[in-house]
Design a protein around this ligand. Structure first.
Ligand SMILES: C[S@@+](CC[C@H](N)C(=O)[O-])C[C@H]1O[C@@H](n2cnc3c(N)ncnc32)[C@H](O)[C@@H]1O
Length: 482
């Protein structure tokens, strides 16, 4: 190890920056974030430092060339001028005064280097390659950024508020286990999903429960650590790269996953390997597991203390019955959280190069179900047939003839462009393009593989120019494993 990683307390301490350009500005900003006061020596300031100087009283601009007397017992010294002679001089003088010095882009003149950082204050992670490849450090950082929830800082603050109470109530030999459970369990999830009041209360219950248990008394309350919960997660339209960070994190910590037909194998592949998998697949005419049974199943698994991942295609709240599934959980007081996903209309319109709105074509967009009850009577066809909008039909493959006929009957131009996209965002994506009048024929003559989405409106004409996704290039592409 060439450098010792340490964290330095700079609050209200003085640092020196020699240089006034953009690189200097980035370092000064970091020093200010760490609470330091900074003397900046430079005859001129660039735009960014000028702005910082006006904004922060902790910056003192010394409008001059560097001279030896500027070094004056500071905690840290930086040199970031474009003059290598001055940079070297600053480094030598700082070392004579035993003050740590960093010269930007000149590792041989540095006695300390600044790492790439992930800031979830008070949690901070630092990555260094010892100056050998700052770009590699940044790449590693961006991978870690995706894995460390942005709310870790709030979790650390919660832990810090209860530190003394835990010390007082929980025996030393039990504390490590207590913190591990708290930081990885339902309380952490409450913080990550913004339910901090609930987390605070659960923390009090958990401390009470654990201290009673150790002293042989029972609290009569359910132990928060043994309570299960349900994550209702949108798995997006198929491409695993379209999952959210939160979806991925919950997928990797669930004990059991309950999923349906729309979940692509590539997405399912990212669920924790040893999680139990329960398929409750549904097709429009063949409900393999009735909805009420799915609702009961989720509640039962959570009541057994499991972390249940209910993984749904697209977004759970768009034609996804997500609302029905959590109603029962809410009734029974079971903890749950909902993670939105990219709905089919967004994913498929992007991957097919068909914008859903466009100033020259459509000022609004409607998502409608094509799963027609009573052979179509339940949609407001007159409103859907109005010009200047885009209509997206989910579950419309079987009803495409009726959809087309009804829209024409209510005044839509039969030549209105229309597209049907099969298995959008996956290696099997295929677009069938026609018009309101021709699309049903095109579909009847083709071997279509569900799921499919129908987009109607003049935005479809943009497909020719904006179509960028090449499914062939995505054949066999492996999902990224974090
Ligand atoms: C029961 S709905 C669920 C919608 C989902 N909750 C969403 O937000 O995308 C199922 C319909 O979504 C559409 N769909 C979902 N994924 C799709 C995909 N990859 N390609 C085309 N259509 C898709 C199809 O119309 C399918 O019949």
């Amino acid at each position: 190890m060439n450098f010792l990683p340490i964290f330095v307390d700079l609050r209200s301490r003085s640092c020196l920056m020699v240089g006034g350009g953009e690189v200097a500005a980035r370092k000064v900003e970091l020093l200010i974030r760490a609470g330091a006061s900074v003397e900046v020596v430079s005859p001129k300031l660039g735009d960014s430092l000028n702005r910082l100087n006006k904004e922060y009283s902790q910056i003192e601009w010394i409008e001059s060339e560097f001279v030896n007397s500027h070094i004056n017992k500071q905690q840290l010294i930086y040199a970031a001028t474009d003059n290598s002679v001055v940079n070297r001089e600053v480094s030598e003088l700082a070392q004579q005064h035993n003050i740590p010095v960093n010269v930007v882009d000149a590792p041989e003149l540095c006695t300390f280097i600044t790492p790439s950082i992930i800031d979830r204050s008070p949690v901070v992670a630092a990555i260094s390659t010892g100056g050998s490849s700052p770009v590699l450090a940044r790449l590693i950082r961006s991978q870690l950024e995706t894995m460390i929830p942005s709310a870790y800082g709030r979790l650390a603050q919660l832990a810090s508020r209860f530190r003394l109470k835990v010390q007082e109530k929980i025996k030393p030999e039990q504390r490590r286990i207590f913190w591990e459970k708290m930081l990885q369990g339902p309380i952490a999830e409450m913080v990550f999903s913004g339910r901090e009041g609930e987390a605070e209360k659960s923390m009090q219950d958990m401390i009470e429960h654990c201290s009673n248990k150790h002293s042989g008394r029972t609290s009569g309350k359910d132990n928060i650590l043994n309570q299960g919960e349900v994550y209702l997660v949108g798995g997006g339209p198929g491409d695993p790269d379209l999952l959210t960070f939160r979806a991925l994190r919950l997928m990797q910590q669930a004990d059991v996953v309950v999923y349906d037909r729309l979940i692509s194998p590539a997405v399912l592949d990212l669920v924790r390997r040893d999680a139990e998998q329960i398929y409750v697949g549904k097709e429009s005419s063949n409900h393999s597991v009735p909805q009420s049974e799915i609702n009961q199943l989720l509640a039962k698994l959570a009541e057994q203390g499991k972390r249940v991942l209910r993984l749904k295609g697209g977004d759970p709240f768009i034609f996804g019955r997500g609302g029905e599934e959590i109603e029962l959980l809410a009734e029974r007081g079971i903890s749950f959280q909902i993670v939105p996903g990219i709905t089919a209309a967004s994913g498929i319109s992007s991957y097919a190069g068909i914008p859903l709105t466009h100033r020259d074509h459509a000022q609004s967009v409607t998502f409608a179900t094509g799963h027609l009850k009573d052979n179509s009577s339940n949609l407001n066809w007159a409103a859907l047939a109005q010009p200047g909008q885009t209509i997206v039909f989910y579950m419309g493959l079987k009803g495409i003839k009726t959809i087309s006929a009804k829209l024409i009957e209510h005044g839509m131009d039969p030549l209105t462009p229309a597209a049907l996209v099969q298995k959008g965002t996956t290696p099997d994506q295929k677009e069938y393009i026609g018009s309101l009048v021709t699309l049903p024929e095109i579909v009847a003559e083709s071997q279509i593989k569900p799921p499919t989405l129908i987009i109607i409106g003049s935005v479809v004409t943009l497909h020719d120019r904006l179509n960028w996704f090449d499914p062939e290039q995505n054949q066999g592409s492996k999902p990224r494993v974090f």
